[in-house]
Design a protein around this ligand. Structure first.
Ligand code: SF4
Ligand code: SF4
Length: 128
Protein backbone atom coordinates (compact mmCIF):
# COMPACT_ATOMS: atom_id res chain seq x y z
CA UNK A 1 0.00 0.00 0.00
CA UNK A 2 1.33 3.43 -0.93
CA UNK A 3 1.16 5.93 1.93
CA UNK A 4 2.57 9.42 2.27
CA UNK A 5 4.46 9.79 5.58
CA UNK A 6 1.96 11.70 7.69
CA UNK A 7 -0.91 9.41 6.74
CA UNK A 8 0.77 6.73 8.82
CA UNK A 9 -0.08 9.00 11.75
CA UNK A 10 -3.60 9.91 10.61
CA UNK A 11 -4.64 6.28 10.10
CA UNK A 12 -3.71 5.49 13.70
CA UNK A 13 -5.86 8.35 14.98
CA UNK A 14 -8.90 7.74 12.78
CA UNK A 15 -12.23 7.95 14.61
CA UNK A 16 -14.60 8.09 11.66
CA UNK A 17 -14.23 11.74 10.74
CA UNK A 18 -13.13 13.00 7.33
CA UNK A 19 -13.64 15.48 4.50
CA UNK A 20 -16.86 13.86 3.23
CA UNK A 21 -18.78 10.57 3.29
CA UNK A 22 -16.86 8.97 0.39
CA UNK A 23 -13.53 9.88 1.94
CA UNK A 24 -14.54 8.55 5.35
CA UNK A 25 -15.88 5.26 3.95
CA UNK A 26 -12.66 4.78 2.01
CA UNK A 27 -10.49 5.62 4.99
CA UNK A 28 -12.49 3.19 7.13
CA UNK A 29 -11.73 0.41 4.65
CA UNK A 30 -8.00 1.23 4.74
CA UNK A 31 -7.98 1.24 8.54
CA UNK A 32 -9.77 -2.15 8.55
CA UNK A 33 -7.42 -3.59 5.96
CA UNK A 34 -4.39 -2.66 8.07
CA UNK A 35 -6.01 -3.90 11.28
CA UNK A 36 -6.81 -7.24 9.60
CA UNK A 37 -3.28 -7.58 8.20
CA UNK A 38 -0.80 -5.50 10.21
CA UNK A 39 2.02 -6.94 8.13
CA UNK A 40 0.77 -5.18 4.99
CA UNK A 41 3.76 -3.82 3.09
CA UNK A 42 3.81 -0.02 3.13
CA UNK A 43 5.67 2.01 0.51
CA UNK A 44 6.42 5.54 1.73
CA UNK A 45 5.57 7.77 -1.20
CA UNK A 46 5.80 11.43 -2.11
CA UNK A 47 2.48 12.76 -3.37
CA UNK A 48 -1.01 11.34 -3.48
CA UNK A 49 -1.43 7.87 -2.00
CA UNK A 50 -4.02 5.22 -1.19
CA UNK A 51 -5.77 7.52 1.29
CA UNK A 52 -5.87 10.49 -1.07
CA UNK A 53 -7.74 8.43 -3.68
CA UNK A 54 -11.19 9.50 -2.49
CA UNK A 55 -10.28 12.94 -1.09
CA UNK A 56 -12.10 15.99 -2.45
CA UNK A 57 -8.82 17.90 -2.07
CA UNK A 58 -7.11 15.57 -4.56
CA UNK A 59 -7.37 17.37 -7.89
CA UNK A 60 -5.95 15.26 -10.70
CA UNK A 61 -3.46 13.63 -8.35
CA UNK A 62 -2.30 16.81 -6.64
CA UNK A 63 -3.36 17.88 -3.13
CA UNK A 64 -4.82 21.37 -2.96
CA UNK A 65 -2.93 21.83 0.34
CA UNK A 66 0.32 20.56 -1.14
CA UNK A 67 2.58 23.07 0.59
CA UNK A 68 1.22 22.31 4.04
CA UNK A 69 1.10 18.54 3.66
CA UNK A 70 4.60 18.47 2.18
CA UNK A 71 5.84 20.32 5.23
CA UNK A 72 4.17 17.83 7.57
CA UNK A 73 5.45 14.87 5.52
CA UNK A 74 9.02 16.17 5.60
CA UNK A 75 8.87 16.72 9.36
CA UNK A 76 7.66 13.14 9.87
CA UNK A 77 10.50 11.80 7.72
CA UNK A 78 13.13 13.89 9.53
CA UNK A 79 11.99 13.00 13.03
CA UNK A 80 11.72 9.28 12.26
CA UNK A 81 14.77 9.10 10.01
CA UNK A 82 12.80 7.61 7.14
CA UNK A 83 13.21 8.32 3.42
CA UNK A 84 10.75 8.37 0.57
CA UNK A 85 10.83 5.01 -1.18
CA UNK A 86 11.33 2.98 2.01
CA UNK A 87 9.18 -0.10 2.43
CA UNK A 88 8.33 -2.05 5.58
CA UNK A 89 5.37 -3.76 7.25
CA UNK A 90 2.65 -1.44 8.54
CA UNK A 91 3.46 -2.26 12.18
CA UNK A 92 7.07 -1.16 11.74
CA UNK A 93 6.19 2.34 10.57
CA UNK A 94 3.16 2.63 12.86
CA UNK A 95 5.14 1.70 15.97
CA UNK A 96 8.09 3.89 15.03
CA UNK A 97 5.87 6.94 14.55
CA UNK A 98 3.89 6.23 17.68
CA UNK A 99 7.07 6.14 19.77
CA UNK A 100 8.89 8.99 18.06
CA UNK A 101 5.96 11.33 17.42
CA UNK A 102 2.78 10.55 19.36
CA UNK A 103 4.68 9.88 22.58
CA UNK A 104 6.94 12.92 22.30
CA UNK A 105 6.70 16.68 21.89
CA UNK A 106 7.00 16.09 18.13
CA UNK A 107 3.28 15.38 17.95
CA UNK A 108 2.59 19.02 18.86
CA UNK A 109 5.42 20.30 16.68
CA UNK A 110 4.31 18.41 13.59
CA UNK A 111 0.52 18.27 13.84
CA UNK A 112 -0.50 21.53 15.47
CA UNK A 113 -1.12 23.18 12.07
CA UNK A 114 -3.62 20.47 11.08
CA UNK A 115 -7.36 21.10 11.28
CA UNK A 116 -7.86 17.72 13.00
CA UNK A 117 -5.25 18.28 15.70
CA UNK A 118 -7.63 18.76 18.65
CA UNK A 119 -9.51 15.61 17.72
CA UNK A 120 -6.31 13.60 17.27
CA UNK A 121 -4.89 14.91 20.51
CA UNK A 122 -7.79 13.40 22.43
CA UNK A 123 -7.71 10.09 20.54
CA UNK A 124 -5.76 7.04 21.67
CA UNK A 125 -3.85 5.19 18.95
CA UNK A 126 -5.32 1.91 17.70
CA UNK A 127 -2.17 -0.08 17.11
CA UNK A 128 0.46 -1.46 19.46
S1 SF4 B 1 -3.37 16.05 13.57
FE1 SF4 B 1 -3.71 15.90 11.35
S2 SF4 B 1 -1.76 15.24 10.49
FE2 SF4 B 1 -1.68 14.83 12.68
S3 SF4 B 1 -2.40 12.72 12.89
FE3 SF4 B 1 -4.17 14.02 13.12
S4 SF4 B 1 -5.11 14.17 11.09
FE4 SF4 B 1 -3.01 13.44 10.84
S1 SF4 C 1 -5.36 14.94 -1.02
FE1 SF4 C 1 -4.33 16.22 0.51
S2 SF4 C 1 -5.91 16.65 2.07
FE2 SF4 C 1 -6.61 14.91 0.84
S3 SF4 C 1 -5.96 13.08 1.97
FE3 SF4 C 1 -4.38 13.56 0.44
S4 SF4 C 1 -2.87 14.81 1.54
FE4 SF4 C 1 -4.76 14.82 2.76
Amino acid sequence: MNLRPHHILCIQKFTGHGYNADFTTHMKSIVSELADDPKTKINVVHGCDALCEMCPNNICGVCTSLEKVDLIDNSVLNVCNIDYGETAPWTYFANKMRKQIFETVEFNNICTCCQWFELCRSTEVYYE
